[in-house]
Design a protein around this ligand. Sequence first.
Ligand code: SAH
Length: 393
Amino acid sequence: MEYKIIRLKKGKEESLLRLHPWVFSGAVASMPENIEEGETVKVVTSTGDFIGIGHFQIGSIVVRILSFDDIAIDEAFFADRLTAAYNLRRTLNLIRQDNNAMRLVHGEGDFLPGLIVDLYGNTAVVQAHSPGMHFARNIIANALVNLDGADIKNVYYKSETTLPFKAQLDPQNDYIIGSFETNIAVENGLKFHVDWLKGQKTGFFVDQRDNRSLLEHYAAGRNVLNMFCYTGGFSFYAMRGGANLVHSVDSSSKAITLTNANVELNFPGDTRHQAFAEDAFKFLNGIDDKYDLIILDPPAFAKHRSAIKNAMIGYRKLNAMAFEKIRPGGILFTFSCSQAISKEQFRLAVFSAAAMSKRKVRILHQLTQPADHPINIYHPEGEYLKGLILYVE
Ligand code: SAH
C-alpha cells in the first residue's frame, strides 16, 4: 500500500523521536495537496527519513501516529493492537465472573490514538475521536468480535458528539455488528444499567472503579453524600460498604432515575438511599453538618486550556462548600476529570478551599485513573483524572 508523505521542517521530529504520538501543524514543511481528512499517511524528516505512520486530520494536530515502525495500517494492525489491549485487561484481572465492565481501548494509552472502546459484557461501545478511526470503524468492529476469548457479540458505534464536526462526517450512532441484548453490566459484583444509547460518554464512568472500591472501604457507619452521582456508582458501593445513609445528587433528573434504578437492582427496598435532582451548589448550601463522607465528582470544569482560570475558581468554590459543611472526622473524596488541569493545579485549588475553611485537613490518598485507562509514558496528556481523599477534622 502506498501512503502519501508528510515532510517535517528541520528539527521538528524531536518530540516524535521521543515517541510522542502527535504531529502539530506548525511542524509540517510540506504535504500533498490532495491529502484527505482521515487518510493514513507517512511522516518523514526534512531529509526524508521515516518517522512514523498515522492518521491525517485537519487542525492543530495534523497526524496522530499509529506506529513508529514502517508497517501497513490494515486489518492485521488493528487485530494486533486490539489483542494487545485485551491481553492487558486480562493481566489486570478485570475479566471475571463478577466484573465485565472495563475500558478496552484508551486512545494513546493503548497506542490507538483517536479510539475509545468500553466493554460492557458482550457489547463493545466504540467512540472515534478522529476521522481516521471513523473510517476504520468496520475493521475495528470486525476485529473486536474476533478477539480470542472476549466473546464480544455486539458493537455499538457512538461518535456523533466525539468527531470534529468540521470534518462533516455525519456519523450515525448505531450498531455496526449485532443488536441490543442486555444493558446490565457488572463491576466488582455490583450490577448496573448502562444506557449507551442515550447516556453520557459510553453510558457509564468505568474510570472510577478503583476509587469506588476505596470508598466502599471507608463507608461503614457513615452518612454519605454523593454529589454529581450520574448513574450512582459511588452510592451503591457505599451501601455495600455499610453506610448508615446515602444521598445522591445530580442536576439531571435522568441521572437520578438511573441512580434509583441501579440502587434498586443491587439493594431492593433498601431505605438507606435517597436521590435528589438538584443543582450541586444549591444543595450543598442547605446541608448543615449532616454528612461525614462527601464525594465531589463534577464534570470537567475546564474542557480547554482557555477555561483553566474559571475552572480553578469553580473547584475552589465547590470544595470550600464541602470543607465548610463536612462533620469533624469527615472524609472528602474530591475529583477533577479536566485534562487541562494538572495534578498540581487541582491540589492548589483544593488547598485554597481548605485554607478558607481553616479546618485541619490531611491527604490520605492521591487518586488517579485505573489501569484500564493506561497512560502512555511518552504522552503525559493522557493523565486526566485526579483525586484526593482528605481527612477533615
Ligand atoms: N460520579 C459519576 C460521574 C459524574 S459525571 C460516576 O461515578 O459515574 C458528572 C455529573 O454531574 C453528570 O451526571 C451531570 O449531570 C452532573 N452535573 C453537572 N452539573 C451539575 C450541577 N451543577 N449540579 C449537580 N450535578 C451536575
